[in-house]
Design a protein. Structure first.
Length: 190
């Protein structure tokens, strides 16, 4: 719910009005009141003035509240983006470190495969409502950047040799596959 819709809803409830009563007193369509409170519409101009008059809310305070909410939304987006970049970097670095060095033994490579299954498994556990494509874009983008970097530095043939011999391609395929199809492992409750 946006800041204005929430404030209108909370004030209406605290004053004991139903949506129907607010619509009747403010001469605003009931459907408009419902859409405002359900975050489908944002009231402006005359509609906002009519509702504010009935609820005895200062229109300027509502607009300031909405601006503050928008600033918080932008800050949250930036923080989320930085967090996702750092998380992708940490995952790719960990799996790459376990598979790419020449001295990486079979235990390290099997550990990387296990991490390539369990990390996305836990990501799915905490993001079950997220669509599979969105999950892959958010949490698998680091591997796309990693592949591009590997191929650009080593060349296509050199990158493929390194990728297949070090098991990094297997880890990436498993990681992305579990991110995309892993939701079938969880029983959905209705």
């Amino acid at each position: 719910m946006n800041a204005i819709g929430k404030k209108i809803s909370d004030t209406r409830k605290s004053k004991g009005f139903t949506q129907e009563e607010l619509a009747e007193l403010s001469k605003v369509n009931l459907r408009t009141i419902q859409r405002i409170e359900n975050n489908k519409n944002e009231p402006r101009g005359k509609t906002l003035s009519l509702i504010c008059d009935v609820l005895q809310i200062d229109k300027a305070d509502l607009q300031e509240l909405n601006e503050l909410h928008q600033r918080k939304t932008i800050a949250t987006f930036i923080i989320d983006a930085v967090y996702l970049i750092l998380l992708n970097l940490a995952i790719v670095t960990t799996i790459g470190y376990m598979t790419l060095p020449n001295e990486a033994n079979i235990n390290s490579k099997v550990g990387a495969l296990l991490l390539s299954f369990f990390i996305p498994f836990f990501i799915i556990h905490f993001t079950q409502k997220m669509k599979a494509t969105e999950r892959v874009l958010k949490f698998g983008l680091g591997f796309a950047a990693y592949l591009i970097l590997l191929i650009s530095v080593q060349g296509f043939i050199g990158g493929c040799k390194i990728g297949f011999s070090s098991w990094i391609f297997s880890c990436i395929l498993l990681f992305i596959g579990v991110l995309f199809y892993g939701k079938i492992l969880f029983k959905t409750e209705k």
